[in-house]
Ligand binder design. Sequence first.
Ligand SMILES: [Zn+2]
Length: 861
Amino acid sequence: MAGAGFIGCLAASTLQAQRLPTNVTPQHYTLELAPDLKTASFTGKERIEVTLAQPASSITLNAAQITFQSVTIAADGKTQTAKVSEDKANQQVTFQVADPIPAGEAAIDIQYTGILNGQLRGFYLSKTPKRNYAVTQFEPTDARRAFPSFDEPAMKAKFSTTLIVDKGDMAISNTNVISDQPGPGADKHTVRFATTPKMSTYLVAFLVGDFQCVSGSSDGVPIRACATPDKVGMASYALTGAEFFLHYYDTYFGIKYPMPKLDMVAIPDFEAGAMENFGAITYRETALLVDAKTASIGAKKLVAVDVAHEMAHQWFGDMVTMQWWNNLWLNEGFATWMESKAVEAWKPEWHLQQDVALATDGVLNYDAGKVTRAIRAKAETPAEINEMFDGITYQKGGAVLDMTENYEGKEVFRQGVHKYLSAHMYGNATAQDFWNAQTAVSGKPIDKVMDSFIAQPGVPLLKFSAPQNGSTATSQQRFYLSPEITAQQSQVWTVPVCFKSGSGSSATAKCALLSSAQQSLAVPSAEIFYANANDKGYYRTEYAPADYSKILSAVETGLTPAERIGFAGNEWALMRSGRGNVGDYMDLVSALRNDPNGGVIGELSGAIDAVDARIATPADRKLLAAWVRRQFRPAYDRVATITPTDSAEKRELRATLFGMLGEIGHDPQIIAEARQMTDKYLADPASVEPTLVRPAIFISTANGDSQLFDRLQQVSQTSNNPEAKTTALFALATFHNPELLRRALDYATSGKVRNQDSVFLFVVAMRDRDTRPIAWDYMQKNWDKVHAQLTTMMGGYLVGSAGSFCSAEKAQEVQTFFSTHPVTAAQKAMQRATDSIHDCTVLRAAQQPNLATWLSRQGAQ
Ligand SMILES: [Zn+2]
């Protein structure tokens, strides 16, 4: 899966662990499903061919929200009717027969009915104003809501699916259609799909409705991108990307795309970002559909990255699947790592390595909190399995693979991937299988490196003494963002440390392996001593003061853009942990203020925003705003003029500077321009440079009136362009006028906003210091309405959003409120939120005086 755009994902279930017995293994499912879109129900006819290792008189499998009509088990020429007993708490069902079924083959025939639910999980109903759709989301444990099944990833089987749907409706499943016959009755048709290869239940998909598609192909494989009829015109961009990626992956993996066709379908209601169902990928509309002419760079990147991510899963996850959910990172870490590689090949002008550096910096901070976990972690119940879909699995998993590839070399690593995939085709595998393949091809101790990062939680901090005679004394310890936590000295990683070698942009990397708490490492000669070449290391660094000063003085010439992002992120993290002064950090910001890369300015902008929101007093904020204007206005003026040939880099840089000057700098000229631009956009969406639209709207809403609110709300209701619609919708939660903000939150909970989006209005309002008090007050006073919006993933997002407060009093208030108004299984999010509030109070106490001193010095310059 790909996330919905916010880190973290929490489950709404408190089920107890129970794995299925291993005596019975499924071989082949024959499914015939007839959904009724009007009554939100379906009937199912299912045959499961199984193999019994030993004789048994009962068979246990998974089922939830299924009503059984009849169950028979046939074996050895004899058919017996089974008694059905349900264990609802464990989502299991047991079929009992009078006479034991012999070892060997048997067939289970089941007739049942189920519901098309409204919870965005299992077989569910998605709605537009015109009609209903029946669609599926099974990962991780919800195939059992559509058909009784051995619903574990290692219990792979073949599937032969038939869907009986309304005349005129399209049916999509994992494979190609092999027959499409009218009937039964005058108003139905029956669509049969080819038998799949062996695959896991969580990757099965059924999609029914009046979808329309654009078609293409790549390496002989037919590809379609589909949407509701009003939006199919926006599917071509994703289709073009998919054509590129399929050939790219065929070549990279050295294994042809494993299915007969590829469909990609945008679903109006979708909880995650996208889902890699084998041969039938599903997406949130914003993750598949863009109007290529009017889309921002950000919206195009989102589509490209999600399409590349889900397609990488077709090999990594779908063809070769993790043995169990504890190794979910094998799927998700890999797809996260691969997505930017493929998109970088498609659109080199986007400089995806900067986005990778930003993501790695983000997860290093996430992983340096008090509440974290190892990448590979115990996950038995559906609740625990759902909790695995977080930043540690995705971004840390991806970053560790990136570090490993950088250490091995690209081609050697690729060979290891090929070796691993070809050894486990259509089967299951573990972390060891992956790193053993890499160790074998590289001859390097990749098993030790990966094991130390996959099995241990947290972030290493590497300290380097000033190099002498070609070597540096190096030590490692666990790094925490909070200065209050002391490191466990016993925790040691096997870390490939790559030093910059040579000078300037021609510098290459030389890597050494650090494997004990203290060790001397050989250092190549270089213009500057820099121990995280290419920004590929999953660690924080601390240098001797003289070495740091040298890096700082050569930061624009000696480091690459990705390294500058990593370096700034590193200094921010050290300051947070009590190892630095916010004034020194701001001097680094100043040294980078003319950087021509959008990603670098984006990193700085995020940090300045955090200084503004988490450290500054109201008086400091005024001085900080003035400083931001002085520092960054000249850089903006250099790129302000829009020309048709502007590069993506320039467009993103301009938008980031514009947003920073308006939102943090309160630059009156920028604010006026933003409002003009917003009005122009609302009159004619094609008349404004697309990448400036979002910052312009978000600047305007801060001072916006009810007229602007009404117009944005109208766009959010009437636009059929997913980017325009969601930008306008989320902008409603950024109005500073209390009355308008309350209107936005009323609207979010009115039932008129899809529950895939409604919680994000609260998350957006909780982020900003100026809107947060109103949002929090609203949430507490209207809890029943807010709570009614929560689906499985959304509870964690909502609780997590309270972590942006910054006082002991608020920490107490948040804790008290959520302990009396519990959100199911948002326990970890709750812990993170209260830790985050506490950390902020510590940070403010330590750094606000430093900030005030530093700001007073700036005024004179
Ligand atoms: Zn994924």
